[in-house]
Every structure is written in structure tokens, then in C-alpha cells.
Design a protein around this ligand. Structure first.
Ligand code: ZN
Length: 335
């Protein structure tokens, strides 16, 4: 196409010449940060700050980063934090999805016609009060837990896996690479060590329980075995699709190749979210998807036509993965 035709086509498509000029500008860390900022908008300001403005692993030598994972990634077991700083009530959030997380970390119960799928399991101190007692308060039976999906093997998400496996016979699903590090933990690790169950390989897997299927997508980056999920929830009988991002912060060794892997996973997950028509973005840290606010807002009555506080649209979900990918690429190019 000749240049004037491109301009004409762009004008017809409603884009501007300025936008055209931008796409041909050289890609630099700065231009990627600007693009990420635009993609984040006000929807993902917190995540943009953590990934593009002050990435964790810029502070070299700081174990565990600021992601709250330190307790789980080292053998040290500091005292249990004051309950008032983390305890959250359990909430029914969708017809078939229940929040049983803390103020800081998410854990979800996805109910199906054949039992319960738990997504992420918190630190060991929160397992009984949030997951076991939380389900009971919501009139769900922990004995119905059939699967436990672990997004990645950091203590803030995986320390409940062993208990739910040994007490209720649930099958634990985790990325193959994260099983490897998990199985090397000492038996005295907080929460114990789960026995190897279902390993997610790089091409992903599907977990089906009764009438519900979770599409498990391997998204290495945050850890080598990070998994992300796509699954349906029902809002007043209407099916809405969730894209659950399984690992976020850059608290891994600071290497260009690691950022390339992370970037590619964001693209892969974004594409899967688009193909599934996902209109909800969820994360496993409440700071990244405002889970603690949204699950409480979901308790309020809604006007007719008003959408669920978690529901956005396909483009808004896409902007999340554009932002995370751009922030990773900005880091990769800055070496
Ligand atoms: Zn983590």
C-alpha cells in the first residue's frame, strides 16, 4: 500500500495520523512504559506501578520481593501477622464463585455440579479460618473439594495445598516446574508439602469437574511453573468469563531471558482471554484486581442493567495483558 493510501485507510478507520506515526516510532523502554501507562489507565494503576514504575527486582538481592512471597520462599517462619491486618469475611461473589481469601491474597471456591474447585490457598495461618471455616460459613462443605489449583509455588498461594489434599483427598494441580521446587521443600515447610498430583505441562491442560471446565494455561514468568486460568462464572444465571492471571510481580532473577518468557506468557494469556471472550480480570493478590473491594461491593443490591463490580469488557481485560507484556519488554530492553 502506498503511503497516501495508508493515511486514507487510517482516516476511514477512524485513527489519526499521529497514531500512525507512533506505530512506526522505534520501540524503547520509555515508549513501552508510556504504552503500558495508557493500557493500564485507571483500571490497573496499582499493577502498572508495581511492574513499570518500581519493579521488584530492581532492588537487587532482596529475597522474595515485595509480593508477600518472602515468607513462603524462605525457610524462615516469622510470627503470624496480627489477624486484624489480614482476616476477611468469606463472600458469595457470583452464583458459583465464592471469595475465601484474606484482605491481601485471594482464594476462591468455584462450585460445580460435582464438587468444589479451590483456586489458590493462602499462607498456612489463613487456611483454617479463611478456607475451611469460610466454606462452612458459606454453607459449603470442605469435604466436597475435589481439585486445588495452585497458580504458582510461592507460600502466599500454596501453603494450604497439603492440608486440603491430605484431609479431603483433593487433587492438587500445579505447573510441572513448580512441582519440582515444591517437592524439594523440607517436610517442616509451613503448611507441609503436598504429594505430587497433576502437573501442568507447557501446553496447558483442562480441569473438568461436573458441568464446569477450567482452562489451565501455562504462563511461565513470575515462576517457571506459573499457571493462569480461564473459567466461566454465572452472574444471576448469565455466564461471564474470567481470565485469572496466576503470577504478576517481577520478583525473579533479573535476566533478559526471564523477561522475554514473562512477556510471551502475557501475550499467550491475552490471546486466550480474547478467544474466550473474557470480560473479567482476576489476580491472586487483591491489590492487583481490587478483589477485597469488589467482593464486598458485590454484596450490594444492583440497579437493573447494572453490571457486576468485577465485570468489565473484552478490551479492558486485553489492556491488562498489553500492560504487563509492555512492562516486561521495557525491562528486557533496558539491559
Ligand atoms: Zn509469587
Amino acid at each position: 500500500m502506498k503511503p497516501h493510501m495508508i493515511v486514507a485507510a487510517a482516516l476511514v478507520a477512524g485513527t489519526t495520523i499521529a497514531a500512525l506515526a507512533q506505530t512506526s516510532a522505534p520501540v524503547t523502554p520509555d515508549s513501552l512504559v508510556i504504552a503500558a501507562k495508557r493500557a493500564a489507565g485507571t483500571d490497573y494503576a496499582g499493577t502498572f506501578m508495581r511492574l513499570c514504575v518500581a519493579p521488584d527486582n530492581l532492588a537487587a538481592g532482596r529475597a522474595g520481593g515485595a509480593g508477600g512471597a518472602g515468607r513462603g520462599t524462605t525457610n524462615a517462619t516469622p510470627a503470624v501477622p496480627d489477624r486484624a491486618t489480614w482476616y476477611a469475611q468469606p463472600y458469595k461473589v457470583f452464583d458459583n464463585l465464592y471469595f475465601i481469601g484474606t484482605k491481601i491474597h485471594s482464594s476462591w471456591a468455584l462450585t460445580t455440579s460435582q464438587g468444589i474447585i479451590i483456586i489458590d490457598t493462602l499462607y498456612d495461618y489463613a487456611i483454617e479460618p479463611e478456607i475451611v471455616d469460610g466454606l462452612t460459613k458459606l454453607h459449603l462443605n470442605p469435604r466436597d473439594i475435589k481439585y486445588v489449583l495452585i497458580s504458582h509455588a510461592h507460600g502466599d498461594h500454596d501453603q494450604g495445598a497439603a492440608l486440603l489434599q491430605s484431609r479431603y483427598g483433593a487433587k492438587v494441580v500445579m505447573g510441572a516446574a513448580d512441582w519440582k521446587t515444591t517437592l524439594q521443600r523440607p517436610a517442616t515447610a509451613p503448611g507441609g508439602v503436598p504429594k505430587s498430583d497433576i502437573a501442568v505441562e507447557p501446553d496447558g491442560t483442562k480441569i473438568t469437574l461436573g458441568d464446569t471446565t477450567v482452562n489451565v494455561i501455562a504462563t511461565p514468568g513470575h515462576t517457571p511453573g506459573t499457571s493462569s486460568y480461564i473459567f466461566p462464572v454465572k452472574d444471576g444465571g448469565r455466564t461471564v468469563t474470567v481470565a485469572y492471571s496466576g503470577g504478576t510481580a517481577f520478583n525473579f532473577p533479573r535476566q533478559a531471558q526471564a523477561f522475554a518468557i514473562y512477556r510471551d506468557s502475557q501475550k499467550k494469556m491475552g490471546d486466550a482471554a480474547r478467544a474466550a471472550g473474557a470480560t473479567i480480570l482476576m489476580s491472586n493478590h487483591t491489590e492487583f484486581d481490587r478483589a477485597y473491594d469488589r467482593v464486598r461491593l458485590a454484596q450490594l443490591p444492583r440497579a437493573s442493567g447494572e453490571t457486576h463490580p468485577y465485570e468489565t469488557d473484552v478490551q479492558t481485560v486485553q489492556r491488562y495483558f498489553e500492560m504487563t507484556g509492555d512492562c516486561a519488554e521495557a525491562q528486557r530492553l533496558s539491559f
